[in-house]
Each structure stands twice: as structure tokens, then as C-alpha cells.
Design a protein around this ligand. Structure first.
Ligand code: SF4
Ligand code: SF4
Length: 243
């Protein structure tokens, strides 16, 4: 199946397919580390409705997870159709399973950085992707495949982070600075860890030997957490959808 036809059927306009060697991920988090036979990365996104971000935490979280699930399902469908053509192919989950690297929980691949490398947009100060036309609300999915596919979107428009610092100023946890986002300070991550465990969690996460245990805990706990905060998303001028 032509990925473009599949994406069109789901109303997806933001997508790209690039050779995996165009992705500048660090060792251990490169597409080739996930799938050694991968030749191309197909990456796509669909804007999360901005109304979702104004809803109470529980409803917002449900809608964000629903969109992530829908995106994962589209990636699964594309991978299955590419496998039917005879190419090894696999969807890349949006969030989970997570791994601990350098004291920080990270996804298997950073889809937003892959999207930027593939030409879908650029990374803002708050480390979110800013995509032309879709702003900073794209829910991302990806497929790794042994098939050579290339689709280069129109070059990104002028919309790039202006360093206005509204995201950093809006963060109730002061988690955003020039080093990026301190994931462990972010409310959404902190809320995932029961208060009684937080201190030991913060200590353990810096211990390499504890990584397998913590990965197990994170992947069990974070699959069910609420996302009470999206202040850095909403405060950004690109939230409205330009980019
Ligand atoms: S989600 Fe909230 S707490 Fe986390 S970095 Fe953004 S503004 Fe800060
Ligand atoms: S709020 Fe301003 S500094 Fe932060 S990502 Fe958006 S444009 Fe960049």
C-alpha cells in the first residue's frame, strides 16, 4: 500500500519517509538500533484538537491517550501492509516502553527529533516539535521498514521557535531552561510516581544498576497516569496551529 493513500484515508497531511541514515539520533536510540534491517523511517502526525488541552485532567488524558492509540494503530496497519509486500517492518510505539538513559526516562526513539530530521518541522525551546500548519500539537507515529521509501514534505515554513520563553515562564515546576526539559521535574512525570516513592526514585534513577528495575516500574505505572499539565504546550504561540 502507498503510505500516502493510507494517511489520506485517516486525514493525515503531515508525513515524511526518509532513509534511516538521515536521522541523527545518538547511539542506542537510532532507528538502526531498533531494527537493524531498516532502510527507511516513515513518520507522520495528526494534530490533537486544541480543545482537548482545555478539558479537566482526566478527560484530557483520555483524549490524548485515545489519539496516541489511534496513531499507533495506523502505524501498525502500515507496517502490516509493508510486511505483506515482503519487507520487514515494525511500528514504533509513541511512548512505551520507556528506558532509562543518563538518569532520564526516554522512549525507544525520540519521534519528535526524528520528525524534525525528516523535515516535518523544528524543535522548540520546550523540546516540542513545531510543524508547519499544525503548530505544536502533532501526535506522532512511525514505522521502520526494510523498503526504500522517500517522501519529502514541502520545506518547513518560517514558523520556528522565537525563544519568547513563554513556555518556560508558564511551567509551574520551573522544569524548562536552556538545557531543555527536566523530565523528572515535570508534573506529568512526578505525578506518575507515588509521593512516598519520589525521593528514592530520584536517587535510584541516577544509578545505572537500578535502570532495569525502574524501567519495569515506569512502564507499569506510566501506562496509566494522568497528565495534569500542558502549560508549556498551551503557552506557546504555535499552539494555535501556525508553524
Ligand atoms: S508539562 Fe507542565 S510541568 Fe511539564 S514541562 Fe510542561 S509546563 Fe512544565
Ligand atoms: S513558547 Fe516561545 S520559546 Fe517556547 S517553544 Fe514556543 S516559541 Fe519557543
Amino acid at each position: 500500500m502507498d503510505p500516502g493513500e493510507l494517511f489520506q484515508s485517516y486525514g493525515i497531511r503531515n508525513w515524511a519517509a526518509v532513509p534511516v541514515n538521515r536521522i541523527r539520533a545518538p547511539a542506542g536510540r537510532h532507528p538502526c538500533d531498533v531494527m537493524s534491517s531498516a532502510r527507511s523511517l516513515v513518520i507522520f502526525g495528526r494534530p490533537i484538537p486544541k480543545e482537548s488541552f482545555g478539558k479537566p485532567s482526566l478527560q484530557k488524558t483520555d483524549e490524548l491517550y485515545d489519539e496516541a492509540k489511534a496513531i499507533d494503530s495506523i502505524a501498525t496497519e502500515l507496517a502490516a501492509s509493508l510486511r505483506e509486500e515482503g519487507y520487514p517492518s515494525a511500528p514504533v510505539p509513541a511512548f512505551f516502553p520507556m528506558r532509562i538513559r543518563n538518569g532520564t526516562p526516554k522512549g525507544r526513539l525520540s519521534l519528535k527529533h526524528c520528525a524534525a530530521d525528516a523535515g516535518l518541522g523544528s524543535i522548540g525551546f520546550n523540546t516540542l516539535l513545531i510543524a508547519p500548519g499544525a503548530g505544536n500539537r502533532l501526535a506522532l507515529g512511525a514505522v521502520l521498514t526494510g523498503k526504500e521509501i522517500e517522501h519529502n514534505p514541502e520545506p518547513p515554513g518560517a514558523g520556528k521557535c522565537t525563544w519568547c520563553m513563554r513556555c518556560a515562564d508558564a511551567c509551574p515546576s520551573h522544569a524548562i531552561d536552556e538545557r531543555g526539559v527536566n523530565v523528572l521535574a515535570c508534573m506529568n512525570v512526578r505525578e506518575a510516581v507515588p509521593a512516598i516513592l519520589r525521593q528514592s526514585f530520584t536517587w535510584l534513577i541516577t544509578r545505572e544498576a537500578a535502570a532495569p528495575f525502574l524501567e519495569f516500574v515506569i512502564n507499569r505505572l506510566m501506562g496509566r497516569i494522568m497528565m495534569p499539565c500542558s502549560a508549556c504546550v498551551v503557552a506557546c504561540p504555535f499552539f494555535e496551529g501556525d508553524g
